[in-house]
Write a protein that binds this ligand. Structure first.
Ligand code: IPM
Ligand code: MG
Length: 361
């Protein structure tokens, strides 16, 4: 059997640093062949566009794609005609038909103290955000006309059905509770969403379905996160609620994601961004990318045992007390991390080494 082909898209900012860390972890659990390509700002600099046809083709031919992060102030612009790094990411999602974005949130036992929520609130949280990724306001018609701008939100029944099925199926494999999040009290797309989800529910009598308005969901995620099992929602609400969910784990630096379509390679990437302010400091948290590599092993390469080994190795590293600076508690009453017993502040390199330690032998 030939080695699985992985396309690596480091992207911008800390992207190259964190994918390099994930690659070392991958090499400790298997044999892969890699090809690396620019995406986002790096691609704009090299080719004038955030995603080239060559790179999209390379991704299509791969078994899976591991992505760092895109964007940075260097390419920030409000000029509607200038290329933007984010177009690379959106083009990749659309071009590969990755309509289902899975963002699992399960705070590490060792990090409960790092959550901005009190420990008793966060304890027991284990949820999965299933975000629609190729439709809605992200991909509707948009434009500027003098002092007026618009972004259309469009969903079809077929688009809602396929993502809702991913949500129902995921719930089936978990605690059998599905929360469908919409804004049906205001938006027509949300009413179509709700109607469609209700109709599909007949096929999943074993899954307990509830509907929740997006603003209420934002509130419940901080007041009672452990009540959720699977959340299924549209592109925009999913973007917002998954950042909120990520912070429950104590740091945006911890949350991995998988973007999947029907067959074809998936894209695996951390939820956090390119953190331009951290570039070169050697302090970026590589764990979300390492955990994304684990999702790639499980959902993209059918290597569930290797995936579990990586996840266990991350947990063991955290249990040992190593913490990148982002995992520090920023509240006022807790002492600085360096004063907490058993915790030691480390950089990207040492965090990666701590994970690798648990994979050797
Ligand atoms: C995400 C990001 C992207 C999104 C940006 C970078 C375009 O925030 O993956 O959540 O909005 O989808
Ligand atoms: Mg986001």
């Amino acid at each position: 059997m030939s080695a699985p082909r992985i396309v690596i898209l480091p992207g911008d900012g800390i992207g190259p640093e964190i994918v390099a860390a994930a690659r070392r972890v991958l090499d400790a659990v298997g044999q892969f062949s890699y090809s690396e390509h620019p995406l986002g700002g790096a691609s704009i600099d090299a080719h004038g566009r955030a995603l080239t046809d060559e790179v999209l083709r390379a991704c299509r031919e791969a078994d899976a794609v591991l992505l760092g992060a895109v964007g940075g102030p260097r390419w920030d612009t409000t000029d509607p005609d200038a290329p933007r790094p984010e177009q690379g990411l959106l083009g990749l999602r659309k071009g590969l038909g990755l309509y289902a974005n899975l963002r699992p949130v399960r705070p590490s036992a060792s990090l409960l103290g790092a959550s901005p929520l009190r420990e008793e609130r966060i304890a027991g949280t284990d949820l999965l955000v299933v975000r629609e990724l190729t439709g809605g306001i992200y991909f509707g018609d948009s434009g500027r006309d003098g002092d007026r701008a618009h972004d259309d939100c469009v969903y079809t029944v077929a688009e809602i059905e396929r993502i809702a099925r991913v949500g129902f199926e995921a719930a089936r494999g978990r605690r059998r509770r599905l929360t469908s999040v919409d804004k049906a009290n205001v938006l027509e797309t949300s009413r179509l969403w709700r109607e469609t989800v209700i109709r599909l529910a007949a096929d999943y009598p074993d899954v307990e379905l509830e509907h929740m308005l997006a603003d209420n969901a934002a509130m419940q995620l901080v007041s009672e996160p452990a009540r959720f099992d699977v959340i299924v929602t549209d592109n925009m609400f999913g973007d917002i609620l998954s950042d909120e969910s990520a912070m429950l784990t104590g740091s945006l630096g911890m949350l991995p994601s998988a973007s999947l379509g029907d067959g074809g390679p998936g894209v695996f990437e951390p939820v956090h961004g390119s953190a331009p302010d951290l570039v070169g400091a050697g302090t970026a948290n590589p764990l979300a990318t390492i955990l994304s590599a684990a999702l790639m092993l499980r959902h993209g390469l059918d290597m569930p045992a290797a995936a579990a080994r990586v996840e266990d190795a991350v947990e063991a590293a955290l249990a040992r007390g190593v913490r990148t600076p982002d995992l520090a508690w920023v509240g006022s009453e807790t002492p600085p991390m360096s004063d907490l017993p058993g915790e030691v502040e480390v950089g990207t390199e040492e965090m990666t080494a701590a994970v690798l330690d648990n994979l050797e032998g």
